[in-house]
Write a protein that binds this ligand. Structure first.
Ligand code: GDP
Ligand code: IMO
Ligand code: MG
Length: 430
């Protein structure tokens, strides 16, 4: 058993990309298993920034193999842009470093256009999607109409599937949303070029390869995208994404058994952010919220949208621990809390006048939740150069230990800045 799942425990953007990059130095494989280019994972090494949307965050380590497995919705146009940028930076020189599953779902421009058209039409009831076509692509998969990555290499199958898809999609685009229809011949021509560019990365059986690697005791990281509270079934529905974002999805999206997983590392910011619509009990509309957004540079890595900010919510974090089976935590961005007089975290909710420590099961209930806070004294000064727990001010250390004891899970990693080297290991990964 050498599989480790890295999972977002809030509403995404917790710092999964940074953690996966840091862990990758000790890992043989990194696997993306759900979501698509709605993800934006930021890696900062020696001051240089790389944002990845589809390529797994192990790619900066040439010896680490990266797999995009079945559960991903694959925007082939975006993927090619990403691959070209990596190559231009001297990375991904060996094509065998990246493998794409033949059974991943292909996402094309009509998925993006439908996603955007629906959001435009929704006016006051927007989900606030990234506009990357994620919902429409997963709909095609569920309704058994999807074009799979392997279909791209079979022109007859591809043409037949695309004709069928466009028949329906163009009807919607033209007649419901008053947009221009998509021309099949020109799309087929583009796909032909993209297919040749992606041919070197084709893998016919990633599930088998991952299984063999696990059998050989290789170290494998499963890189989650989005976060627990955006999960299609267990998140703040309907303000969620269209995939399952919780840890169980790592097994489903790759085709391995749950008994192959050794650890589930939950990534959490020391405060909370959310992009898009939906309930957010600890959201701050005051100067502290603005301070967190400014110091934390809280703008989406995919859409550039301003992230909503608020205090850390331990009721939600305990829920994430429960439904993911999180065994260890990485606490991110504690440097952003420096210089605040007092730091608060939500330890329970009041719903209809009754205090509860249990995360409500319906979004309607969550929308009524009023946070009950605990407050601790803050610290002054820059902590972004701390290399060990002892380098942190006493107040920061006691905050870390308080959070760990409130949720009952050890905090193994503390992140004090965006850089790879701004990481404190409380306990080794393996
Ligand atoms: P992901 O989607 O979970 O990979 O997270 P994003 O990359 O979307 O957002 C996290 C942001 O926080 C990025 O800009 C990171 O560079 C940055 N970041 C990660 N860890 C830290 C940290 O400990 N401190 C600070 N200040 N920034 C961090
Ligand atoms: P990473 O992997 C934060 C949010 C969108 C919107 C909702 C649905 O970088 O953490 P979608 O385009 O998926 O249909 O949008 O989900 N969302 C994210 N928020 N981080 C992400 O990914 C997200 N991916 C989707 O803002 O509210
Ligand atoms: Mg992100």
């Amino acid at each position: 058993m050498s599989g480790i799942i890295v999972i977002g425990s809030q509403w995404g953007d917790e710092g999964k990309g940074k953690v996966v990059d840091v862990f990758s130095s000790q890992s043989d494989y990194v696997v993306r298993y759900q979501g698509g280019s709605n993800a934006g994972h930021t890696l900062i090494v020696d001051g240089k920034k790389t944002v990845l949307h589809l390529v797994p965050s192990g790619i900066l380590h040439p010896k680490t193999k990266c797999i995009i497995s079945t559960g991903v919705v694959l925007d082939i146009e975006t993927l090619i842009v990403e691959i070209k940028a990596l190559k231009a930076n001297g990375l991904l020189q060996d094509p065998s470093q990246l493998m794409i599953s033949d059974t991943a779902t292909v996402l094309l421009k009509y998925h993006r256009e439908l996603d955007q058209a629906r959001e435009e039409e929704a006016r006051n009831e927007k989900i606030g999607t990234t506009g990357k076509g994620i919902g429409p692509a997963y709909e095609d998969r569920a309704s058994r109409k999807a074009i799979l990555f392997g279909d791209l290499f079979n022109p007859e199958t591809l043409k037949a599937k695309l004709e069928k898809s466009l028949d329906e999609k163009n009807f919607l685009l033209e007649h419901k949303y008053k947009k221009s229809p998509i021309n099949i011949d020109s799309l087929l021509k583009d796909i032909e070029v993209w297919t040749e560019e992606l041919r070197p990365y084709r893998n016919k059986n990633t599930s088998y390869d991952i299984h063999q690697a696990l059998k050989a005791d290789k170290k494998i990281l499963f890189e989650g995208a989005q976060g627990t509270l955006l999960d299609l079934l267990h998140g703040t529905y309907p303000y969620v994404t269209s995939s399952s974002t919780i840890s169980g999805s790592a097994c489903i999206g790759t085709g391995i058994g749950p008994n192959q997983i050794q650890k589930i590392v939950g990534i959490t910011k020391a405060y909370t952010t959310r992009v898009g619509s939906g309930p957010f009990p600890t959201e701050l509309d005051d100067e502290v919220g603005q301070h967190l957004g400014k110091v934390g540079n809280e703008f989406g890595a995919t859409t550039g949208r301003k992230r909503r900010c608020g205090w850390l919510d331990l009721v939600a974090l305990k829920y994430a621990i429960r439904i993911n089976g999180i065994t260890n935590l990485a606490l991110m961005k504690i440097d952003v809390l420096s210089d605040l007089e007092n730091i608060k975290f939500c330890s329970s909710y009041e719903i209809d006048g009754v205090e509860t420590h249990v995360y409500p099961s319906t979004p309607g209930e969550l929308a009524k939740a009023k946070p009950i806070y605990k407050s601790v004294k803050g610290w002054k000064g820059d902590i972004s150069k701390a290399k060990a727990l002892q380098d942190l001010p006493a107040e920061a250390r006691s905050l870390v230990s308080l959070i760990g004891s409130e949720v009952g899970i050890p905090i193994d990693v503390i992140s004090v800045g965006p850089g790879r080297d701004q990481t404190i290991w409380v306990k080794p990964l393996f």
